[in-house]
Design a protein around this ligand. Structure first.
Ligand code: ADP
Ligand code: MG
Length: 369
């Protein structure tokens, strides 16, 4: 059992910097949990408290059934992979993989079997007799993964392990890691993962659930689909999804959302979802949920980005920035138009309270922050 629980976890660094503000999180056995958020939001600090590399100021970390606050890293049943995977340069891949097991006093045959298993899983058999300097970035990262895997930990901790790789390699490593997680689970090995990244694409494609953080606090914990469709607040709405959700300031007036001199009639469906009617409101609509239509909101086109089968239209609506994703053919049809009309799909509108950032249009009110 490698369930991980964080109970009111706090970190205050020397000098009084409060980095983590009482985090509560329950990560299930075998779950792939991603911590995502901008640089400095305390992803690494939180992970390092789980690992035992950073002292816990308040609250507790429980791994399995054990409160581990006072246990050293080696006794926590964890293995960690960092961005800067430091392989021992003078040891071949085989030696790098064997190192931890040798220290732990395992027998030679045991070590050989473990190396064979890990090399097979990670497809690094042909690399076993190479030195780290003879490996590509992706190969070296696989060996670093192997070093973690060979310890058969209850919990894998990853801190931005792919940040140093180029975009193409990152995409293939994403698939490898999630695939590896699935296979370990299928083989009945407990393989809970906590994976830290600042990249929302990594978070969305890898996580069973995602914990979105900002300034040492949890903004929302949910599945990728739930975060995308029902962001609990403005922060999550703006952070998750690419291109970013449009957030237009305005106010509610009867059944209308008013933006400057323009009005958008909110359908009965959206109105039924409203938990409150904030005085200062923000309308959220994803670029993919805007279409060009004669009865749409008027916006002044500033520029267009051609992406292949779609085009990102950048425009100004009552002085506020708005982006729409349209098909290449739709874009062609605009000709040289400077003013365009954009109609939001009312099924996919969000209304936020500008004052506290809460999404007040969540069905069933599943807001968590
Ligand atoms: P992230 O991993 O999300 O980028 P970190 O956990 O590294 O964020 O940092 C969280 C906050 O704690 C930041 O404000 C950072 O400046 C601060 N911090 C990190 N390490 C230390 C340290 N050793 N001493 C003081 N403050 C630190
Ligand atoms: Mg970090």
């Amino acid at each position: 059992m490698a369930r991980v629980q964080l109970n009111n976890l706090e970190k205050i660094y020397g000098g009084g910097v409060k980095a983590v503000h009482g985090i509560d999180l329950d990560i299930e056995d075998g779950e792939f949990m991603v911590f995502v958020g901008p640089s400095g939001c305390a992803k690494s600090t939180t992970l390092r408290m789980v690992a035992g590399l950073e002292e816990i100021t308040g609250g507790e970390v429980i791994i399995g059934q054990t409160r581990v606050n006072d246990l050293p890293p080696g006794k926590r049943s964890i293995a960690m992979v960092f961005q800067n995977y430091a392989l021992y340069p003078h040891m071949k891949v085989r030696g790098n993989l064997a190192f931890g097991l040798k220290i732990a006093g395992k027998s030679k045959p045991e070590i050989e079997t473990a190396i064979d298993d890990v090399a097979r899983i990670l497809e690094i058999e042909p690399l076993l007799d190479r030195l780290p300097k003879q490996l590509s970035g992706g190969q070296a990262q696989r060996v670093a993964l192997g070093r973690a895997l060979i310890k058969k930990p209850g919990v894998f901790l990853f801190d931005e392990p792919l940040s140093n790789l180029d975009a193409k390699l990152r995409a293939s490593m994403r698939v490898r890691i999630t695939d590896l997680h699935r296979r370990l689970k299928a083989e009945g090995l407990s393989s809970t993962v906590i994976y830290v990244t600042h990249d929302q694409t990594e978070a969305m494609t890898m996580g069973d659930r995602i914990c979105v953080m900002q300034a040492g606090r949890i903004m929302q914990v949910a599945t990728p689909k739930e975060l995308y469709n029902h962001p609990a607040n403005l922060f999550v709405a703006g952070f998750i999804g690419s291109p970013e959700m449009n957030l237009l300031e305005g106010h509610l007036d009867g059944s209308d959302f008013v933006i400057g001199a323009q009005r958008l009639t909110l359908g009965a469906e959206v109105q039924a979802r409203l938990a409150s009617r904030p005085a200062d409101a923000v309308l959220g609509v994803r670029p993919q949920h805007l279409t060009i239509a004669d009865d749409g909101l008027e916006a002044r086109l500033t520029h267009a980005e051609f992406m292949g089968h779609e085009v990102y239209l950048h425009a100004a609506l009552e002085g506020q920035k708005i982006v729409a994703v349209v098909g290449a053919a739709e874009y062609e049809a605009l000709g040289r138009a400077e003013v365009i009309r954009l109609r939001p799909d009312t099924q996919h509108l969000h209304v936020f309270d500008k004052t506290d950032g809460r999404n007040v249009s969540l069905r069933g009110g599943s807001a968590t922050a």
